[in-house]
Every structure is written in C-alpha cells, then in structure tokens.
Design a protein around this ligand. Structure first.
Ligand code: AHR
Length: 517
C-alpha cells in the first residue's frame, strides 16, 4: 500500500489555536480525589496535591482545563467549595451517585491549575441554578475588590482576582440524563440572559453555549439552530461533545472516527454560518469541542452504570477508568489530526478527562501514577503543533467502514512554524499493512542553495521521526497499567528527506510525527 501527500505552506488554513490542547477535570470518580489530590500519598505536597501526578500533567503539556464538570456541575453549588475546609458541607452528587466532600473547590483548583500551567475554563450550573448564581461566581472570581463577593474571595485567601476568561454556560443540557435538562428554547433563553449578565459584570469573559452532547442526539441540528437564535451576539463559542469507541470488534469503523468528527464539526460550522455567525461576521461563534476522547460508553451504560446508580453513595468511586490500548491511542492521534484540520472553525477543545476518569494519566491510591497509551499522541501534538496549520493534499486508497462509509487509509495534517519548520502528524489506519509514504514539500529547495545565491526556498533537515505502534510481543489491544507500560513512542526508522521529498514507511496501525526544520 502507498500514500502520497503534498504539503504547501502557502495554503495554510490559519493559526494553530493553542487552546485546541485543552483538557478537563470533573468532580467525579477518582479524578480530583485520589487523582490530582491525595494528602496521604507519599508524593503529596503540603497542599495535598500529588507531585507525581502534577509532574505528568505538566509533561502532558495541555493548555487549558475545564472545571468542575461535566454532569456534576448541573447540581453544584460553587460556594460549597470556598472558605474554611472544616466548614464545607458534604453533599450528594446526584449526577454520579456519589458523595462530594468539597475539600477541593475554586481556590485550591485555581492554584493547582496555575502550577500545572493550565488556563482555567469554568463551567456554571444552569441545571439546578440560574443567572444569579452564575453572576455571583463570576463576581467572586473576577471582581478585584470592594464588593461583598470580591471581599469574601480575598478573605478566603485570594487577594487578586482569578481572572478567569473562559466560561461554559451549563453542560449537556440537551441530554435527558442531565440534572435540569431543558428544551432548546428553554436553554437558549437562559443561556442568553446569563450571558448578558455575565458580560455586564466582566466584558472580558468568553462564553461557551452548550451545543449537542453527541451527533446522534435526536435534537442535534435543531438544538444548535435554536440556541444560536437566542444567543448570537452574546456568546463566543458553541460546544460539541464527541466520544468514540470500538463496537462489536468493528475496528475499521473505530479507526475512522476522525471522519465522523470531521462531519460533525462541519455540520455545526454550517449551522453557525446559517445563523450569520461564521468567521468574519460581526459576532463570530467558534466551535469548542468541550469534551472529546475514546470512551467505552456501552460498557458504562450497560454494565457499570446500573450498579453505580442503584448502590450506595460512595466517596470517590472508581468510575469510567478506561484502560487505553494501542488502537485507542491511534484513534486519539487521528482525532487530533481532525481537530487541527478544522482549526479555522474549532477555537478550542478538551481531551476528556485528565486523570483516572477516561484519562491519559492514571494513578493508584498510595501507589504509582503512569501514562496511558493516549498520553503520547496528545503530548507530542500539543508540544509540536505551533504556527499555522496546513491540510496536505492526500492521495490514498480508501477503506470501507460500516459506520462511517469511505475513509482515507492514511490521514494527515501539518503545521508550519514561523521559522518555516514543518511538523507532519500522520495515521495509518490499516490493521495489517504498512504503508509506503511519499511527501512532496512545496517551497522547499531540492538542492542546497549555492554560495551567495538568494532563494525563497528553504533547505530542510530531518529533526525527528517518532511513531506509536504495537510494541514487540504485544498486539493492538496492549495497554499500559500500574505494573508495566509497554506502549510508548519509538523512533520511526527509515525516514529519508531528499531535498523536497520525504519518504517513510508507516507501520500498520500507527500514529506518527515527523519534524523537519
Ligand atoms: O466526561 C464524562 C461525562 O461525559 C461528563 O460529565 C458529561 O458532560 C459527558 O456526558
């Protein structure tokens, strides 16, 4: 099998939105407690946060973090999580049938996020609450001083405002599972009124209206149209959530999940255009892919959820701690390709979630923390995608998939840095066959520029080539766990750069990244 790509830096589709590499911490399961925070852990710092987990989060290199939910936020009272810890109430979390101790709240999390080098994106409760509470938490967080709420924040230890810029107006309100589920009209009105008040209080905020929970929702499309009718001019982004999984052993469809995400984003973009809020309009609305990942939801819905929702009310139960395989990591890499390719419309995105709960980082109480397979494509893409995005012209055979129709066997995107350096992110979706790849680089000299000869063309050298593939002795289901982490990036051997022609062999079922500068 072979694939030919052509990369022309002159055809850039726009700047890499660095917020594309966001992530998500929800108060659920062992994400916060026993995830980022475990005061009794040997690596715990004086503030109770785990140093080993923090180090992995810093290494992951995400740019933003959405907090505190998720479904959790639709029943959350933000003020439960501020003030002296000994006085914080213990509450039922009806979203996840758990008990919330409120030992971590806005202050502790904002401090942790700062150390983790993550911009905080805060979600307000539009499930059990409404515009007054959204306004209160905004004033508490962002107003400098002199009002009851700002002074309360200062008395609680934060002299300076948190300066939170990104705010989500509720979560998955279209879903019947959501606390305070609403019709599109009900939500659209509430989101508009909340947005208006929040912008009165702090005009610098950027607001995200809640779009659909997935592309299969019966209300998808109509939901976005209605919500935008109410909110255009008041919000800056509309969200979509997208989770993918392998069903009934249909690996081909699973590996083509990027094609489904492409379509989903393009459908939402078309609705934004219809609403008169496309790029270049007076009030453009971007797409925030607020939650995306591989998530084995069928297992959760059919096996785990009936048990969790009927049993006791535990603290920090083990919820949706999916162990990710080589195949899952290749899909995550290709979903990142899809997000980058749509960076003219997608303004930000969050890998859901960050620690333990469908996460790239896992930890055990009192024990180790480790990188899941999905850590690697995310970490490398976040570290290397800078400058402008270029969608290569791709000539490859297609694969037929039961769920998504035809999908290209090889998918790729490139970024071009200010100094002209090119990074190629590329996935081979074939389960069995290697692919011979040829990449023509436009605007690159095919021989050294002669002494004194001025040329607009650049001469490049190969800096690095890495791949995530099935490790020796493993198979496509191999995972990393607390005892062994066989899935990692390895060098992609045999890559050659001859002037303007790059050649490589992409291993079967792989995600690779090639850097030339
Ligand atoms: O990320 C897990 C859950 O997925 C979130 O709480 C919810 O928003 C979505 O359904």
């Amino acid at each position: 099998l072979s694939a030919r790509l052509s990369i022309d830096p002159a055809t850039s589709i726009g700047a890499v939105p660095r917020r594309l590499f966001g992530t998500f911490v929800e108060h659920m399961g062992r994400s916060v407690y026993e995830g980022i925070y475990e005061p009794a852990h040997p690596s715990a710092r004086p503030d109770g946060f785990r140093a080993d987990v923090l180090a992995l989060v810093q290494e992951l290199g995400a740019t933003t973090v959405r907090y505190p939910g998720g479904n959790f936020v639709s029943g959350y009272r933000w003020e439960d999580g501020v003030g002296p810890r000994s006085e914080r109430p213990v509450r039922l979390d009806a979203a996840w049938h758990s008990v919330e101790t409120n030992q971590i709240g806005l202050h502790e999390f904002a401090d942790w996020a700062r150390e983790a080098r993550l911009e905080l994106m805060y979600a307000v409760n539009l499930g059990t609450r409404g515009i007054a509470d959204a306004a209160d938490v905004l004033e508490y967080a962002n107003h400098p001083a002199g009002t009851a709420l700002a002074e309360r924040r200062r008395a609680n230890g934060a002299e300076e405002p948190f300066g939170i810029r990104l705010w989500c107006l509720g979560n998955e309100v279209d879903g019947p599972w959501q606390i305070g589920h609403k019709t599109a009209d009900e939500y659209g009105r509430l989101a508009a009124e909340t947005a208006r008040l929040m912008k009165f209080i702090d005009p610098a905020v950027e607001l995200v209206a809640a779009g659909s929970s997935n592309a299969e929702m019966p209300t998808f499309g109509e939901w976005e149209r209605t919500v935008l009718r109410h909110t255009v001019g008041l919000v800056d982004h509309i969200s979509l959530h997208a989770y993918y999984e392998e069903s009934d052993g249909d690996a081909a469809s699973f590996l083509a999940s990027g094609t489904a995400l492409d379509r989903y984003i393009e459908q939402v973009a078309a609705i934004i255009d219809e609403a008169g809020a496309g790029p270049g309009s007076e009030h453009p609305v971007g797409i925030s892919v607020d939650e995306w990942n591989v998530w084995y939801q069928r297992r959760w819905n059919e096996i785990d959820k009936p048990v969790v929702m009927n049993g006791d009310w535990p603290e920090r139960p083990r919820l949706i701690e999916d162990a990710y395989s080589v195949t899952d990591a290749v899909v995550v890499g290709s979903l990142l390709v899809s997000l980058l390719r749509h960076s003219d419309r997608v303004t930000m995105a969050n890998l859901a979630q960050l620690v333990n709960v469908i996460a790239p980082v896992r930890s055990e109480p009192g024990g180790p923390a480790w990188r899941q397979s999905t850590f690697f494509p995310f970490q490398r893409t976040a570290a290397l995608a800078h400058g402008r995005v270029v969608a290569p012209v791709i000539e490859v055979p297609s694969i037929r998939t039961a769920a998504h129709g035809e999908a290209p066997l090889v998918d790729a995107v490139a970024t071009v840095a200010d100094d002209g350096g090119i990074v190629l992110f590329v996935t081979n979706r074939s389960l069995e066959e290697d692919v011979a790849l040829e990449v023509a680089l436009r605007g690159v000299a095919d021989s050294p520029v002669g002494a004194g000869g001025a040329s607009a063309l650049q001469l490049f050298r190969l800096v690095s080539a890495e791949t995530l593939r099935t490790p020796p002795g493993g198979d496509r289901h191999t995972i990393n766990d607390a005892d062994a982490q066989p899935v990692a990036l390895t060098r992609l051997d045999g890559v050659r750069l001859d002037g303007a022609l790059l050649t490589a062999t992409l291993p079967a079922l792989s995600w690779s990244v090639v850097v030339i500068a």
